[in-house]
Design a protein around this ligand. Structure first.
Ligand code: NAD
Length: 498
């Protein structure tokens, strides 16, 4: 047992213990054997487990809240609003839709193939591993578990060691509520995750930072385990001076201070036109005073930074900035507190612009106009989220059409993670694949093509057998060779010359 990780634990929460590294291959092996028996496949089993998972969450809301208060000093309301409700909704949606999602699909009718009954079977991939970060442990561990169960997989969960109270709780609850033969929790940090990563999995979902993602991907390459990555990055907010300033400031600052900025889709920095910065800063200050009238440090509504090293990292970024701190800036190492902070006069090469901040610090970058904002974004990695604050359709379209990002939200922040029916995922260095609703079900599902070719089809398809001759070639051309639209049909290039 790691004594340090249990230091702040409340008495009625279970203690954190790490899984012995040598036991990890056996956990996977046991689940592999169970999966082969077909136990996790029946829709009835999946529905039963989805409901059990929904009740695991619902019955234990106060314990989750206490665990996250212990791990992050997060308010119960924030835990409820940002994690619990959305995860329950996903579980209930999957429960209602799993039968429909899992139904085999017929391929579109085609003269050549209809007799072979071409069908897409939606099959579970097998035993999947979900590695999650510290910042929204319920949402980022249990929401993908919903999808893994719905898709008929067995699953190993690896929560973060940075939230020991939550991770201990989930290790206790999973075998109580879910089928212990099919679902398991591995707890631990680098040695345990490294061991797990060395094993072959039928799919790995890794949510976390890009540095560790490279390690996980490199290990998975050795066993050819497929991986989906949900990463982070620097998500910009582009401000149009004609925006509704009060609303913009309220929604932008909420995205920055919820969970003390430790959110993958938090607005990382704001691109604000010159001449509008003072008004923008004043509006942000007003909002911060409204949110924390007694000051953030003594407010029950403001979280702490998860660990001493994350605290030191964010403080280091602030200490090294060449910008001007125009609000906040105070820190308390013992409490791992960083005050919501606004910094102006920040350049692209500032300490605050080198990496994802993942804390309650908002750098404000002055730009001449929307074109410069777009260039600034395009000169950097594709972000996970992009925010545009504007009432103007031309402004919104210009930003959206000339940039790339995992998601875009107009006139708000963070709501894309919870919006039902939308894919959630990054692009390029902010991740690959989608982890919401039916899209997550698809991630954990193998589309198995099946054909059943009756003997009679050889009257038509005999041309494939040797010996080859002209008659067979003509038969192939008649049945299988597509006729192409004329070159000019799509208004495209003329025939190549020369
Ligand atoms: P992290 O990458 O440090 O840790 C994530 C997981 O990886 C943990 O379970 C941890 O135990 C494990 N891990 C850590 N070091 C490892 C190593 N060397 N080898 C193998 N495994 C290792 O991430 P974090 O600090 O917990 O979370 C913050 C990051 O997660 C941010 O970059 C954030 O943007 C990102 N994030 C992304 C999403 C998303 O949905 N795209 C959601 C939340 C967080």
């Amino acid at each position: 047992m790691n004594q340090d990780l249990n230091a702040n634990r409340e008495p009625d929460l279970p203690s954190y213990t790490t899984t012995p590294v040598d036991d990890i291959p056996a956990v996977r092996g046991r689940l592999k054997d169970v999966f082969k028996t077909g136990r996790t496949r029946p829709i009835q089993f999946r529905k039963q487990q989805l409901l059990a998972l929904a009740y695991l969450i619902k019955d234990n809301i106060p314990l989750f809240q206490r665990a996250l208060a212990s791990d992050l000093r997060r308010s119960d309301t924030e835990t409820f609003v940002l994690e619990i409700g959305g995860t329950l909704t996903e579980a209930v949606n999957a429960y209602h839709n799993v039968a429909k999602w899992s139904k085999p699909e017929r391929a579109p009718w085609s003269l050549n193939w209809f007799a072979t009954k071409p069908t897409i079977r939606k099959e579970p991939k097998g035993v999947v591993l979900i590695i999650s970060p510290f910042n929204y442990p319920v949402w980022l561990l249990l929401r993908p578990l919903v999808a893994a169960i719905a898709a008929g997989n067995a699953c190993v969960l690896k929560p973060s060691e940075l939230t020991p109270a939550f991770s201990a709780l989930i290790a206790e609850l999973v075998p109580k509520y879910l089928d212990p033969e099919s679902f398991a929790v591995i707890n631990g940090a680098i040695p345990e995750t490294t061991k797990a990563g060395q094993l072959q999995w039928d799919h790995i979902l890794y949510t976390g930072g890009s540095r560790v993602a490279s390690i996980v991907l490199a290990a998975a390459a050795k066993t050819l385990s497929p991986v989906t990555t949900e990463l982070g990055g620097k998500s910009p907010a582009v401000i149009d001076p004609s925006c509704d300033l009060k609303l913009t400031a309220r929604r932008l600052i909420w995205g920055k201070v919820a969970n003390a900025g430790q959110t993958c889709i938090a607005p990382d920095y704001a691109l604000v036109p010159k001449g509008f910065v003072d008004q923008f800063v004043q509006a942000c200050k007003d909002v911060l005073k409204d949110f924390y009238p007694e000051g953030a440090e003594s407010s029950d509504s403001f979280c702490r930074i998860v660990s001493a090293s994350h605290f030191a990292r964010i403080k280091g970024l602030l200490d090294r900035t060449d910008g001007q701190i125009v609000f906040g800036g105070s820190t308390n190492e013992e409490k791992k507190f960083i005050e919501p902070t606004l910094v102006t006069g920040v350049n692209g090469d500032d300490s605050l612009m080198g990496e994802e901040i993942f804390g309650p610090v908002l750098p404000i970058i002055e730009v001449d106009d929307v074109d410069e904002a777009i260039k600034f974004i395009n000169d950097r990695d594709h972000p996970l989220a992009l925010y545009v604050f504007s009432p103007n359709s031309a402004f919104k379209s210009k930003v959206i059409e000339n940039t790339q990002s995992g998601t875009v939200v107009i006139n708000d922040t963070m709501i894309q993670a919870a919006a039902e029916g939308l894919p959630f995922g990054g692009i390029g260095p902010s991740g690959s694949g989608y982890t919401s609703g039916k899209f997550a079900f698809d991630m954990f599902t193998h589309l198995r093509s099946t054909l059943d070719n009756p003997g009679i089809m050889d009257y038509i398809m005999k041309f494939r057998y040797p010996p080859y001759n002209e008659k067979k070639r003509k038969l192939f051309t008649t049945f299988m060779f597509p006729s192409l639209p004329a070159r000019t049909a799509a208004g495209g290039n003329a025939a190549p010359t020369g």
